[in-house]
Design a binder for this molecule. Structure first.
Ligand code: ZN
Length: 395
């Protein structure tokens, strides 16, 4: 394989938080508060995934779209229903994306709609076990195996019986865990009201904060929570677009990187509207600048923003690649011996009028690239998007 002069080779991106069944709603109802967005738009859509036909259509489209956007690995929330979840697994296997897929558990009748919830904690745990074993079965013929993931939706949607059972299953099967933690004032407040403890402490109590756990958002985590995450090597999935709508605050991503917590990037479809990690890289930097500067012009410039250091492009690129790979314990996200060849080949879409240093070119590339500039995508050394002979034809 030989690149042309205007092509560059990058590691494939890792989407550390995405709700696959919400793909048809990407860009819908982002003006609502989280609780209303869930009940009016999101849960009714997710309930449709008990139909494997509907699920197959949506999931095949989503997996191909993510690959075309340069995302070679994704950590997916499925829905409650295994019929749909197995279609997501099959789509990952078919299109050869490195998939991590969870059957969502939500069994709390107080906080979930009657027509979209697990019947009971016992049923949720049985269905989770069935899902895990079905994935292992499907993996038998796979080139790139899908990893099942223990997936309590978040504290409000789960009973303590389900949370305790999921903690036990994660240990028994030695599997990754994903959930949301301190995503918004509403969700953060639920744990305080219900358990008289913080979100992170409750998840930890149930054995759900392991070194294989990925917690989404975390905009309202405090220093003690972050210490707990650091101690137990829990990862954060930073979802900068979604956080603008639902996070109630800007995650101090730079400071979290500086304290050596594990952190990657997620699109959070459809809390975020874009399936592109490029777009989330940009938003991570934009949000970081706004956090620094502040937003209320009526305040004195000295007190308007945090004036805490901002994310660099290198920081954001790290989160989209190595940060995600470390979170999932997969040797990917880097172009080097010992790592999987999960790669994207992109072509520069701007004309050059002056000397461009590697740093300038790097920044310009990440600000300017979109799907149309991604020529080929490889997962584990095999081309999954683009033509085999693209490079030669492109000359
Ligand atoms: Zn989410």
């Amino acid at each position: 394989m030989q690149l042309s002069n205007d092509q560059l080779l990058l590691p494939g991106f890792i989407d550390l938080h995405i709700h696959a069944p919400q793909w048809p709603n990407a860009g819908v109802a982002l003006d609502l508060p989280l609780e209303d967005w869930l009940n009016v738009y999101t849960f009714p859509l997710e309930s449709k995934f008990q139909s494997s036909d509907f699920a197959k259509k949506v999931y095949e489209d989503l997996v191909q779209e993510l690959l075309a956007q340069g995302t070679t690995t994704a950590l997916y929330f499925g829905s409650v229903h295994n019929a749909g979840n197995l279609e997501l697994v099959k789509a990952c296997l078919k299109y050869q994306q490195r998939g991590f897929v969870g059957k969502v558990v939500m069994d709390n009748p107080q906080q979930t709609p009657a027509n979209y919830r697990d019947e009971s904690a016992a049923q949720a745990l049985t269905d989770t076990k069935t899902f895990i074993n079905s994935v292992y079965e499907l993996n038998k013929k796979a080139r790139i195996a899908v990893t099942p993931v223990i997936t309590p939706r978040f504290l409000p949607s789960c009973t303590s019986e389900a949370l305790a059972g999921l903690g036990r299953l994660a240990r028994q099967y030695n599997l990754p865990i994903q959930s949301h933690c301190s995503e918004s004032d509403w969700e953060n407040g639920y744990a305080l009201q219900q358990y008289h403890q913080r979100d992170a402490a409750v998840l930890d109590h149930f054995g759900l904060l392991t070194d294989k756990a990925v917690m989404a958002h975390g905009t309202l985590l405090n220093e003690a929570d972050l210490d707990l995450f650091h101690r137990q090597e829990v990862s954060l999935a930073h979802c900068p677009i979604s956080n603008v709508y639902f996070g109630n605050a800007i995650l101090p991503a730079k400071q979290i990187l500086e304290r050596n917590n594990k952190i990657g990037l997620g699109t959070d479809i459809s809390g975020g509207f874009s399936p592109s990690i490029y777009q989330n890289i940009r938003q991570a930097i934009i949000s970081s600048h706004q956090r620094y500067e502040g937003v209320d012009a009526q305040l004195d410039p000295q007190t308007r923003g945090t004036k805490a250091p901002m994310l660099t492009m290198q920081n954001a690129f790290y989160m989209a690649t190595i940060g995600g790979a470390l979170s999932l314990h997969v040797p990917t996200g880097q172009i080097k011996a010992g790592c999987y060849a999960d790669l994207q080949i992109v072509h520069q879409n701007w004309k050059t009028f002056q000397t461009e240093t590697p740093q300038l070119r790097f920044e310009k590339l990440l600000y300017q690239t979109d799907k149309a500039n991604i020529d080929q995508v490889l997962v584990q050394g095999k081309i999954v998007i683009g033509k085999e002979k693209y490079c030669e034809n492109h000359k």
